[in-house]
Ligand binder design. Structure first.
Ligand SMILES: O=C(O)CCC(=O)C(=O)O
Length: 262
């Protein structure tokens, strides 16, 4: 990884809701990770043909012990608990953070398929009032590692800390004659090259940009709260032996600790 200015990372994230670390991982580190993810993806495509053909743009739960062998999981755990990733997370989280899940993003089967603006929180069971309150209070953060050049993400900077304008809400909800893929003003498009990391708040208004060779591994972390971690699948977490091989296992430790209280 090139030298990183953690103060600038922290400032940009808090102001804009996202930050990019270019060339975070070199080809040597990425090669075995790509191999594992590519194999996972091929298996996933076979098992989920119908969903893929209908609409899917991502898979999830990649570290599930039912889906990957021990050494492949170890490689992903090492990345999720990587020292530099942990330092970046410390720069953006207010305090401790837990590991939530992983996702792999790819292009839709149908090249005409449109993307969709959203905040991740809109898929929770929170009411609109609760979602408004949660902005700026509860943190879910994606760390996206690009495995190939891709158009990346389109984001509305600052929207992690404020509620929608009328237009943003109508587009996100497909109301008032709007569609979820309509253009929105004041957006930033963040294209990614292989090895770049994009860190962004799941609370912000964003949409994926399809195209290129899109294959992006998202690692999700959140405040270590029962309300956010209650749906974590324990089969996706390392056991105590596997934990020994991880440079910075704190995100996993926090999640285990919260799950034990449920
Ligand atoms: O890349 C995409 O398709 C969308 C990504 C996204 O919305 C997310 O990670 O929450």
């Amino acid at each position: 990884m090139l030298p990183v200015d953690f103060t600038a990372i922290s400032a940009q994230y808090h102001e804009q809701g996202y930050t990019v670390v270019r060339q975070a991982f070199d080809e040597e580190r990425l090669a075995p990770i790509k191999l594992v993810l590519e194999q996972f993806h091929q298996q996933w495509l076979v098992a989920n043909q119908e969903l893929y053909r209908a609409r899917a743009v991502n898979s999830a739960y990649l570290t599930d012990k039912k889906l990957l062998n021990t050494s492949d999981r170890a490689l992903l755990f090492q990345l999720i608990g990587d020292r530099k990733v942990a330092q970046l997370l410390q720069a953006v989280f207010p305090s401790a953070f837990g590991f939530m899940n992983t996702q792999l993003f790819f292009n839709p089967c149908n090249p005409q398929q449109k993307n969709y603006w959203h905040r991740d929180i809109q898929y929770s069971d929170l009411s609109i009032e609760q979602q408004i309150k949660a902005l700026g209070q509860s943190n879910v953060i994606h760390v996206r590692l690009a495995l190939a050049p891709e158009p990346g993400l389109e984001l509305i900077p600052g929207s992690h800390n404020r509620w929608d304008t009328d237009l943003e809400f109508s587009v996100r909800m497909a109301q008032e004659g709007c569609a979820v893929h309509d253009e929105l003003p004041n957006s930033h498009k963040i294209a990614l090259e292989t090895g770049d990391l994009l860190i962004f708040s799941a609370n912000m208004i964003h949409r994926g940009l399809y195209g290129g060779q899109r294959m992006a591994f998202d690692m999700l972390y959140c405040d270590p709260l029962p309300s956010l971690l209650q749906y974590v699948n324990p089969d996706c977490l390392p056991n105590s032996d596997e934990m020994q091989a991880i440079s910075c296992p704190e995100a996993f430790t926090q999640t285990q600790r919260v799950l034990q209280t449920l």
